[in-house]
Design a protein around this ligand. Structure first.
Ligand SMILES: [Fe+2]
Ligand SMILES: [Fe+2]
Length: 401
């Protein structure tokens, strides 16, 4: 059975154009085209749909309302907003329900690429119930102290964009959300951005204010049985892994883009843990206990208790949010990079080594279980012998921070 995809646009020209340009996909996809949201909703009631692609400006139910409805009733469907540049206000309203934004006019390659990527991600996270949990998430929680800090900064009259960018860059949840917005065609920014400070500059203070203060795109982590220490340990581990990964990429001589991606992927590599802690607290605690008792890596305990590991869950969310593939790949395979089809030095290589070295250098967070280095992968790349040198470079980098 092919993939079921729904397209909604009130402009008959656009709808016909979509139909024409996607004709070559009709063997793989079952596509349904509707001129208004009401008809699409009636169809959604009749059969399960994998992806919904919707125009924003429509008479009757508009795109933002339509996508919100889909989110509420069909949380595992992937929601893509197609919007023109004049639709900023509508796009803002859809910020909590759309996973990705594509700018109109949209080339067939862009649209096919976005849908194919989502399809590949579904294979990564097989279980439908977990996919529903993850695709229902609007945001990732922030460290309470950083959340308070950014609220204070944005509410103050002399708020500085630089300061805002710095706070976002320290927080795993804010970083992920802001990168989702700038990497989608949100506000017509269509280049890949991998640093939150740069993202903040591109969005501008007024937009960030609207997003955070009125649309509440950030939220605080709620304990649910996890101590403040558990949470801040995860943040610290993420920041250290980011610094290490960048150091490793630099010492390898990787180009600037790979070094920046390494930093960002290091920062985000364990977002899956955050998703688990916030949404599946009980099972997550069981997995942590099991890992501590048996000495097996945490990802293996998660697989046994929850059915999948934080690597896959984090990659699924950020992939569905449209973050660059090289970052998604680094998340998905950071525990066992030899399972990744690509064999060259990348952000994945740097993050895998950095994650491992955090244990080697500092003991790492106790609840993570022992991170084992993927010897096969590193020796394939001829890098196994460089761990010692990287370890020393990382030690120096963290002292310098
Ligand atoms: Fe991990
Ligand atoms: Fe980690």
């Amino acid at each position: 059975m092919g993939w079921n995809i729904v397209f909604v646009d009130d402009d008959p020209g656009v709808l016909e154009g979509l139909q024409r340009m996607l004709r070559s996909m009709r063997r793989e996809w079952r596509m349904h085209f509707f001129p208004c949201a009401a008809e699409a909703l009636a169809f959604l009631e009749s059969e399960p749909v994998d992806v919904v692609v919707s125009d924003m400006r429509m008479p009757g139910l508009d795109g933002a309302e339509f996508l919100a409805h889909v989110k509420r009733h069909y949380p595992d469907a992937i929601r893509i907003a197609l919007s023109g540049y004049a639709d900023q206000e509508l796009v803002l309203r859809a910020v909590r329900s759309a996973h990705q934004y594509l700018a109109k006019p949209c080339s067939p390659e862009t649209l096919k690429g976005a849908i194919e990527r989502v399809k590949a991600l579904q294979a990564l996270l097989g279980e439908k119930s977990l996919r529903a949990v993850v695709s229902d998430l609007e945001a990732l929680p922030s460290l309470p102290s950083l959340y308070q800090e950014i609220m204070k900064e944005l509410e103050s009259e002399g708020a500085s964009l630089k300061r805002v960018g710095e706070i976002i860059a320290k927080d795993v949840g804010m970083t992920a959300k802001i990168l989702q917005l700038v990497n989608s065609a949100f506000f017509g920014l269509s280049r890949h951005v991998s640093h939150p400070a740069q993202a903040a500059v591109l969005l501008g203070l007024d937009t960030i204010r609207a997003l955070v203060l009125s649309l509440h795109i950030f939220s605080q982590f709620e304990g649910k049985g996890f101590s403040e220490k558990d949470v801040s340990t995860l943040w610290e581990h993420s920041l250290v892994t980011a610094v290490y990964a960048k150091t490793i990429a630099t010492s390898f001589g990787a180009d600037r883009v790979v070094c920046e991606d390494a930093f960002m992927a290091g920062m985000l590599h364990d977002v899956g843990k955050l998703i688990f802690m916030q949404n599946l607290a009980e099972k997550t605690k069981l997995a942590m206990e099991r890992s501590l008792q048996t000495g097996e890596p945490l990802w293996a305990s998660e697989k046994a208790v929850i059915g999948t590991s934080h690597g896959e869950v984090g990659a699924y969310l950020l992939g569905v949010w449209g973050l660059p593939e090289r970052i998604v790949e680094a998340l998905a395979f950071h525990h066992f990079p030899s399972r990744c089809p690509h064999r060259q030095f990348s952000a994945l290589t740097a993050v895998h080594a950095a994650d491992f070295l955090h244990y080697a250098v500092a003991g790492g967070p106790p609840f993570q279980g022992l991170g084992l280095v993927d010897q096969e992968y590193l020796s394939d790349l001829g890098l196994l012998g460089r761990l010692k040198e990287w370890k020393e470079a990382c030690q120096k980098a963290i002292v310098a921070e």
